[in-house]
Design a protein around this ligand. Sequence first.
Ligand SMILES: [Zn+2]
Length: 298
Amino acid sequence: MPRFLSGHCPACNGASRSSLGRPDLRANPVGAPSGSLVIQCSDCGHLRIDPMPFWTESDFRVLYGEGYFIPDSPRWGTIRAKTNPNSRFGRIQGILRADARTMLEVGAGIYAHFCENLAQRGWSVLAQEPSEEFRKALERKGLAVVGEGFLDLPEDRRFALIYADSVFEHVGDPLAFFQKASRLLAPGGVLYLVVPRERSLLGNLKQILAVLRGAPCPFLSAYKPPYHLHGFSKRSLRKFAEASCLDLLLVFVREDWFWLQALERLPPVIGHLAAAGLWLADRCGFGGNLEVGLRKAD
Ligand SMILES: [Zn+2]
C-alpha cells in the first residue's frame, strides 16, 4: 500500500487549489482513498492527484508489471524509434552548451529509443531503469543499464544530457527529480523532458463531457493505466526549473501523433475525421504533447 500525503503545490508551493473532479477509482489496485481528487494549483496551473500516492516497490510491480507496455504498430514504432529521437535531438542541439557527449536516460522502460539513437551518433549512453524485467530487455539491446532508483544514483559523475520521456508525471515528488537532475548535469548540460499535456484541446473537451455526464475527471488517470500523478503546465515547469536552478529555454507543444492513433484505432470514416481534427489541433499548438529543455548554467 502506498503512503498517501496531501501538501502544497510541488511546483510553486502554493496552497490555493481548485478541484477538477474525482479520479476514476473503479479499478483502484492500490486502495486509494475514496475522497481522492484531481486538483489544479490556482497559482501555476499544475495538476495533481490529492492525496498523492508514494508507491512502494510492490505497488510499482503491481502497476507497471506485465502488460503495461502495448506493442507498437509498425508505423508508430518507426516514429518512436527514429522520427521522435531525431527531431528531439535537433531541438536539444540548439540549446546544449556542454561539450562532453554523455547522456543518461531516466526510467528508460523497455524501449530506450533515444539511448540507441545517441549511441549510434557516438555518444556514451547510460539507461536507468529500476524494474528488473525492463532492465533485462534493455541489456538484450546491448545498453549499459543501472538499476538504482534515479534519486539514489551516485553524484560523482556528470552528464551533458539527461533525458526522460514519460517519467516525471509518474512520480510522487517531481521536484526531487528536477533537483537530482540538476545536480547530475554538467555545466551547460540539458535536461530534456517529454510529458503529456493534460490541458490539450482533446483533454479539455473530455473534461467538459465528463462534467456534463457526472463522470470521473479524465485528467491524469492516476489509478488506471497510464497512472499519471502530475499534469505539467508551461507555468508549473518554469516554477520547477526555478526551484532546481535550471533555465527553462525550450518549450515545444507539437508532434503528439494523436491523429495517427485515431487513424489506427477508430473505424475508417470516424477515424479520418478525428485524425483531421487532432492533426489541426496539434499543428495549432493545442495538442497533447509537451517537451521542454532546461539548461544548467555554465
Ligand atoms: Zn503551483
